[in-house]
Ligand binder design. Sequence first.
Ligand code: ZN
Length: 679
Amino acid sequence: MRPVCFPLMMLTLSLTAAPPSLSAQRPCSAEANRHFDFWEGRWMVRAATGALAGHNTLSLVLGECVLQEHYATPSGYEGKSLNIFDQTRGVWHQTWVDNQGALLQLEGGYQDDRMVMQSETVDAAGIVTLNRITWSRIDGGRDRVRQLWELSTDGGTAWTTSFDGTYIRLETGADWDLLIQGGTVMNGTGRPGFSADVAIVDDRIVRVSRTPLDPERASRTIDATGLVVAPGFIDLHAHLDPLLRLPGAESHVRQGVTTALGGPDGGGPWPFAEHLELAASVGVGMNVGFMVGHNTVRREVMGLENRAPTASELERMKGIVAQAMDEGAWAISTGLKYLPGAFSELDEVVALSEVAGRMGGFYTSHLREEGLGLLEGVGEALEIGKRANIPIVLTHHKVVGQPTWGASVKTLAMVDSARAAGTDAMIDQYPYTASYTGITILIPAWAMAGGTGDLFQRMEDPALADSILSGIKFNIINDRGGNDLRRVQFAIVRWDRSLEGKTLHDWAMREGLASTPETGARLVIEAVRRGGASAIFHAMSEEDVERIMAHPFTMIASDGRLTQPGEGHPHPRWYGTFPRVLGLYARDKGVISLEQAVRKMSTMPAERMGLRERGQLREGWFADVVIFDPATVADQATFEEPHQYPVGIGWVLVNGAIVVENGQYRNIRGGRVLRRGRN
Ligand SMILES: [Zn+2]
């Protein structure tokens, strides 16, 4: 705001008022926003003679109500200022410094259609000088502003003009690439939605304004009247394995997901850096990050052996975890229900998690058991968090199998008391009463040691075969089988596509067999013999799902795999998780408020990841944005017809790029590969 070099170097300064109290600062007011029109933008400054005085750029920084200024003249003079609106006193406070050592503090505000800033300086001889700078619009427009700088050495009676010139706004095309007008902003913090306009430049949100912004200043506008504008959703549990084949990630992006974390359930990629580079080289439709997977690491070092690691094997595993963390992994994931994680004891997992925790990661766990052994599984994860001193997530938290239904009362209480005792425990969840995984989950882990070859060898031994079959029968009755073959629905069956979507019961009928747990156990072995299958297990209760969702530390995550229409028979969560929570659970059932639903999908997972400048709709942060219709948003994918995109998600922006436009997906690769410590 200073057009000339001003001789302040020798001056000492006395403030006209005490600096504002930071604790009293509130979000920027409409009053302060009105002032930006005088300032924000790129300006050419001309003296009254018409001569070029310099160039000035004023831009918003650090969210609401903080402006940064940069002024430079052709002769090499350069100055910068920071301008903060103190809402408590309703004044702007400015600190100005320049490359000649001057420091000036000014205060002022907006009055009578003018912006006036003043300061008082005292020089070495004790002479007090008042500075008064006034900005006023020329002809009422926003592109030409007069700046008048006056000085007084007699306490403000007589004023002399130091500079009188004109700010001329530089037209560098539009000020904003995109303006989202008239929507209800739910900013991700859980606070009530408010109406605001959102302006975007390049990959950043630059304005969230409660007063309407001028659409003339934007290259493009979106009318969001009646719609919710929210931070893009962050999926903490995503199976991104098909990413190189489906880099556009349409099934995720169309749910409003702008960032997804891959490598869950112990299955992170290896070699880690190579995988990230490959993903970056194909270009991705949403932001992706990855976790290092315990099962991957154990398999790398020990194969599928059912024993504890030797000291040197443990050291090698720790080394792999450390390397992946160093290469940008966000967390360590375990899948203690799966192989070879099922063979590991607590000490091993603690030792590896300590490494990840020390390097800033968190721990996410597919529990050892989610049915009869659920409480022990939760206890083990909480114990790992405590002993390894690492923040944890109980991922896709659920209660499987009728005998255990209702146990979420206990598991949530366990999380609460662990938190009270200092363990940083959180939960994520998908909003369905059925789970999805390989059908081998029904086979006892000991029987799977060494892989399927060893399983069939054991089946040759009548005694072993008996206990394997009764183990499967037990799981059909008490665990994922839901005590009814109709509850096990085939998803992907490469060796017989006609079974996809059908149940174990349907298969038994087709073979002319009785629909009993015994038959089920034999068919499971048969399915594995023919090449395996994945299945949907309808074995949870709605009460548990809702109770878990309502818990204040539960986040939403899909556990979904990238897919596209026509590929097998996926779990509907792959297409519907986020809109289902917004529509069915927030709007229709009222299990949580819409603002809380958004928070559980954005701010909470971003904070768990330690993801910088994402997860909130906030000035200066990345323009990952979803615009949805709160009246119509809904999942469409069902267990019968899973290949259906949701409705009501009109717009999705990834790093400012419009990836979903008025409901239409655009295969542009707006995403980035995110690495911990670097993003
Ligand atoms: Zn899992």
